[in-house]
Design a protein. Structure first.
Length: 320
């Protein structure tokens, strides 16, 4: 069975490499393994015409949209992902420029091992800057940022909608609804004495600014059924803390080790920013996965990272 690619960051540091090459990541595949689209977007180029020399003729460029929040504004920005070293499938060979490609669609098979990948933007983009672990490179009107935004190990603070209160509106696919109103609508449908009252919905991620009165504690469940759901939804989350966010009950599940991180970095009663993902309300509580936390706001983190990366970029280019 052919392997579906797993993206791994691999930065080259050899002095003879072209500048853009220093930011390239790799797709950890063997020759002949399938390579699938990591994004939903449109094909804007096949081949390496006009691209930096590090990309070979077996290259595809896909443009896609990314949504993030900065300075209380939603930003919808287009980036391009470049994948090089792939033998195209019949469908991709036949596809014309501007054809739609979906996340997970087969692009083809690896012509080389490993294949090469990068992300570029026309702007010195603050989202890409905030997540990058390499200094961007600039060539022919494009900034090349590497692939950190694709990596699960890279926090993406600006991807979380800032939630100021229960009135924060979530833009669900069917219709928008606030955090508080969704809870009220779910409560109206509750049936007494029916065990677990479970309501699932399209998942969303938010950042809340709050104060914790205590640290999370070891998970305990009221019933066998609740234990089953907890292990299914949060298998690696042995710690939990119940809070109210603007009056809305939330049960927060923390990853293994987070209790110690909190004890090392956070003092109860102080302001903390929690980055949460949820797709279910159970017995009148949002059950949330705590993806990360910070003691500074996401905007402050992004602005400081931008200042540092831009200074490194300017310094490096002055030396050329």
């Amino acid at each position: 069975m052919r392997k579906i690619f797993v993206i791994l960051l691999c930065i080259f540091s050899f002095s003879l490499l072209f500048a853009v090459d220093k930011t390239n990541g790799t797709i950890n595949v063997k020759t002949g393994d399938e390579i699938k689209s990591p994004v939903y977007g449109k094909i804007v180029q096949k081949g390496n015409k006009g691209l930096p020399k590090c990309f070979d003729k077996n290259t595809i460029v896909i443009e896609y949209e990314n949504v993030y929040w900065y300075e209380k504004q939603e930003h919808r920005t287009n980036y391009q992902v470049i994948i090089s070293g792939v033998k195209f499938s019949k469908e991709i060979k036949a596809a014309s420029v501007n054809s739609e490609i979906k996340y997970g669609d087969l692009i083809g098979t690896a012509a080389v091992s490993p294949a090469m990948i990068n992300i570029r933007s026309k702007d010195f983009d603050i989202f890409l800057t905030e997540v990058t672990n390499v200094c961007p490179e600039f060539e022919d009107g494009w900034y090349y940022f590497g692939i950190d935004s694709f990596l699960n190990t890279s926090p993406k603070f600006l991807s979380f909608l800032p939630a100021d209160s229960k009135d924060t509106v979530i833009d669900f696919p069917d219709y928008p609804e606030s955090i508080g109103q969704l809870m009220e609508n779910v409560r109206k449908s509750y049936k007494e004495n029916s065990g677990l009252n479970i309501s699932s919905f399209t998942g969303f991620q938010i950042c809340i600014k709050t104060r914790l009165s205590e640290y999370p504690s070891a998970v305990t469940s009221k019933s066998v059924t609740e234990t089953i759901y907890q292990k299914k939804l949060f298998p690696n989350c042995p710690f939990v803390l119940s809070i109210k966010f603007d009056g809305v009950p939330m049960r927060l599940y923390f990853q293994n080790g987070f209790d110690q991180y909190l004890k090392d970095e956070y003092k109860p009663g102080k302001i903390i920013y929690l980055y949460l993902y949820t797709n279910v309300i159970i017995n009148g509580e949002y059950w949330c996965y705590v993806r990360d936390f910070s003691l500074k706001s996401p905007d402050e983190i992004a602005a400081q990272k931008m200042e540092k990366v831009k200074a490194d970029f300017d310094s490096k280019n002055q030396e050329k």
